[in-house]
Design a protein around this ligand. Structure first.
Ligand code: FAD
Length: 552
C-alpha cells in the first residue's frame, strides 16, 4: 500500500475536517503500536510525529527484542514473564527483522552472577518466558566459553552460559508497525509537531494545534481521545496540559560504540560484567560489533543526546576487562549513538536501578500519557492503552469494539506464506535471490535487503529489474529501487531518513554512506521534485548526522 510523504497533501482537507476517535502524539514504537492496535479494532486513528518515525529513542536502543534477564536481579518477575513471552510473538510477526541470536554470558570472578545464580536465573528465565526447548540455556565450562568467543581471554573468566535473545532493527520494526497501521486505515504523519492543545468549554481536550515541520504550515487536528506517547518528551506535553503532577520522567542516557568486527572478532553476542555491578552487550552484525550501553542521568537536549569521552571510555574499559589482549582504544571506535530512556523517577535510586516498567498517566482534561517500558513490550503497552480508549468510546458513542487483534497479526514485510522459522526464511530468501541474480546483485547484498524488507522485497526487486534493463548498472539500479520503495511506501521525507532509519546504514554500514550519498540525493530529488537547494540542504544535514556519529 502506498505511503508517501508527498501524497499527504492530497488528503489534507480530510485530515483537518475529520473528528478522529484517537489522536496519537509520537511516532516511536509506542505510538506506532497504539495506532496499529486501534486501527485494527475499527477506531479512526491519526498519529503525528514531529521528526521522522522512530527518530527518538526507538532508533537508538540496543536493538534487542529480549526478555530482560537483568530484571531478574531486581526481582521484576512479572516484567520478565511478560516481555519474555512477547519476544516470541514479535519474532513470529516480523520474522525478517526479529532474528534469534545466540548470547554468551561469561561468568567471571567476583561478577554480578556466580555459576549457581546464573544457572538458576536462566532456569527461571526459561520458565517464566516460556522459552522453547531448542533455545533453552546451556551452562558452559571455561574451555567451552573460550572456544565460542576466543577473545574473552581474561584470567577472571571462570565459565559461561549460552542462551537466546532476538536481535532487531528498532527503527525498521517501528516503520513496519506504522505501515501495517496505515494498511488498516490509520493516518500516520511524520514531521508534524503537536504545538499546543485545544480544549472545549469544560476544559476537556479535543485537539491539537499542529505544525508541518518541514514547511511551517499550521493546522488543527481534532479527536475524541488524545494519547501522549512521546517517550522522553512525555512530561513536556503533560506540562503543556497543566497536568504534570505526581510521578515524573527520569531521563537516563544510553550510549553504544561501534567497532570493526576485524578489530573485535566475535561470532556470538556477549552479555558481560562491566566491573561496577552493571552488564553490557557486545552484538555482532555483519562487519561490525556494537557495545552498549551506559546508563547515566541526563538533563540536556532531548533530540540530540551527546556522547562524552567518559561514556566511550567506560565501554572501552568494560570490553578490555573481559578481553584484555584486544587493547581497544578510542581510535578503534568507528561510530557511536546515544539514546534516552524515559523512565519513571523513584526517589533515591540510581539510573540502573530504576524500573523499566511502563506507566500510564491520566489527566483531568482527558489526556492519556504513557511512558517507560521496552521496545519488546510495545504490543502489550498498546493493548492496554487501546483498551482504555475503546472503553471511553463505548461510553461516549455507544459503539462496541473487538478485542485486541495484534497477537497473530503479521507486520508489514512479515506476512510469509509459511511459519517463519530460520530454515524456512533462508530457503525463501534463496529462492527470491534466484529470481534476481541475473541483475548482478551479490547474494550478500540481496540478503541484506531481504532481511530489511521481508515480503516487500518483491516490490524492490521488480523495480530493480526494470532499472537494470534500462541501464545495466547493478549498483545504481538496486539503490534506485530501494529509494523508490522508501519514498513511495515508507514515507521517507529526507535523505537522512533513508540512511539512518529506513536502512540503519549509519549504525551498521556507515562507511558505505559516503559512497552512496550523492547518487542517493540525485535519485530522491527526481522522485520528490526537489530543487538544487533542497537537495544540497539534505546532503548537508546528512553530513551533520555523520559527524555526530563519528566525532566524539
Ligand atoms: C540506550 C537504550 C537501549 C535500549 N535497548 C532496548 C532493547 O535492546 N530492547 C528493548 O526492548 N528496549 C530497549 N530500550 C527501550 C526502548 O528503546 C524504548 O522503551 C522505546 O524505544 C521507547 O519508545 P517510545 O515510542 O515510547 O519513545 P520514542 O521512540 O522516543 O518516541 C517518541 C516520539 O515522540 C515524538 N514527539 C515528541 N514530542 C512530540 C510532539 N510535540 N509532537 C509530535 N511528536 C512528538 C518524538 O520525536 C519521538 O519520535 C532501550 C532504550 C535505550 C535508551
Amino acid at each position: 500500500m502506498r505511503f508517501s510523504y508527498s501524497d499527504r497533501k492530497k488528503k489534507h482537507e480530510e485530515t483537518v475536517n475529520t473528528n478522529y476517535d484517537l489522536l496519537v502524539i509520537g511516532g516511536g514504537i509506542t505510538g506506532a503500536g497504539i495506532a496499529l492496535d486501534a486501527a485494527t479494532r475499527g477506531i479512526k486513528t491519526i498519529l503525528i510525529e514531529m521528526q521522522d518515525f522512530a527518530a527518538g529513542t526507538s532508533s537508538r536502543s540496543t536493538k534487542l527484542v529480549h526478555g530482560g534477564l537483568r530484571y531478574l536481579e531486581h526481582l521484576e518477575l512479572g516484567l520478565v514473564r511478560e516481555v519474555g513471552h512477547e519476544r516470541e510473538v514479535v519474532h513470529r510477526n516480523a520474522a525478517h527483522i526479529v532474528i534469534p541470536e545466540k548470547m554468551v554470558l561469561p561468568i567471571i570472578e567476583d561478577g554480578n552472577l556466580g555459576e549457581f545464580t546464573t544457572s538458576l536465573a536462566l532456569y527461571v528465565y526459561d520458565f517464566l518466558a516460556g522459552v522453547k526447548k531448542s533455545e533453552q540455556k546451556k551452562m558452559l565450562t571455561r574451555e567451552e566459553t573460550v572456544e565460542l568467543i576466543p577473545v574473552i581471554d581474561s584470567p577472571l573468566l571462570k565459565s559461561g552460559a549460552l542462551y537466546y535473545e532476538y536481535k532487531t532493527d528498532d527503527s525498521r520494526l517501528t516503520i513496519e508497525v506504522i505501515k501495517k497501521a496505515v494498511e488498516f486505515g490509520a493516518r500516520c504523519l511524520n514531521y508534524v509537531k503537536a504545538e499546543s492543545f485545544i480544549y472545549d468549554d469544560n476544559g476537556k481536550i479535543k485537539g491539537v494545534n499542529a505544525v508541518e515541520v518541514l514547511t511551517g504550515k499550521t493546522f488543527s487536528v481534532f479527536a475524541k481521545n488524545i494519547v501522549n506517547a512521546t517517550g522522553p518528551w512525555v512530561d513536556g506535553l503533560r506540562k503543556k496540559d497543566k497536568s504534570l503532577k505526581g510521578k515524573r520522567i527520569h531521563h537516563t542516557k544510553g550510549v553504544h560504540i561501534v567497532f570493526d568486527r576485524k578489530r573485535f572478532p566475535v561470532n556470538y553476542a556477549v552479555y558481560f560484567d562491566t566491573g561496577d555491578k552493571r552488564m553490557v552487550f557486545a552484538i555482532p552484525r555483519q562487519d561490525i560489533v556494537y557495545v552498549g550501553t551506559t546508563d547515566t542521568d541526563y538533563y540536556g537536549d532531548l533530540k540530540n543526546p551527546d556522547v562524552t569521552e567518559k561514556d566511550v571510555q567506560y565501554l572501552l574499559d568494560a570490553v578490555n576487562r573481559i578481553a584484555p589482549s584486544l587493547k581497544l582504544k578510542k581510535e578503534d571506535v568507528k561510530s557511536v549513538w546515544s539514546g534516552l530512556r524515559p523512565l519513571i523517577h523513584e526517589e533515591g535510586k540510581d539510573p540502573s536501578e530504576l524500573s523499566r516498567k511502563d506507566e500510564i498517566f491520566f489527566s483531568d482534561s482527558g489526556l492519556i500519557s504513557i511512558a517507560g517500558g521496552k521496545l519488546t513490550g510495545y504490543r502489550i503497552m498498546s493493548k492496554d492503552i487501546v483498551k482504555i480508549v475503546s472503553k471511553r468510546l463505548s461510553e461516549t458513542d455507544g459503539r462496541e469494539f473487538v478485542k485486541c487483534q495484534t497477537k497473530n497479526l503479521r507486520l508489514s514485510g512479515g506476512e510469509f506464506p509459511f511459519y517463519p522459522d530460520t530454515a524456512g526464511l533462508i530457503d525463501y530468501a534463496d529462492r527470491k535471490y534466484d529470481e534476481v541474480k541475473h541483475t548482478g546483485i551479490s547474494v550478500n547484498e540481496f540478503k541484506r535487503l531481504f532481511y530489511r524488507y521481508g515480503m516487500n522485497i518483491d516490490k524492490i526487486s521488480e523495480k530493480a529489474f526494470d532499472y537494470y534493463i534500462e541501464t545495466r548498472d547493478t549498483k545504481k539500479s538496486w539503490l534506485k529501487a530501494e529509494l523508490y520503495y522508501s519514498v513511495n511506501y515508507e514515507s521517507v521525507a529526507t535523505l537522512s531518513d533513508f540512511f539512518i532509519r529506513r536502512t540503519g546504514m549509519i549504525f551498521f554500514y556507515i562507511d558505505e554512506i559516503y559512497d552512496l550519498m550523492n547518487d542517493a540525493a540525485e535519485i530522491i530529488s527526481e522522485f520528490m521534485n526537489w530543487d538544487e537547494k533542497t537537495k544540497n540542504r539534505n546532503i548537508e544535514d546528512l553530513k551533520k548526522e555523520l559527524k555526530k556519529a563519528t566525532v566524539f
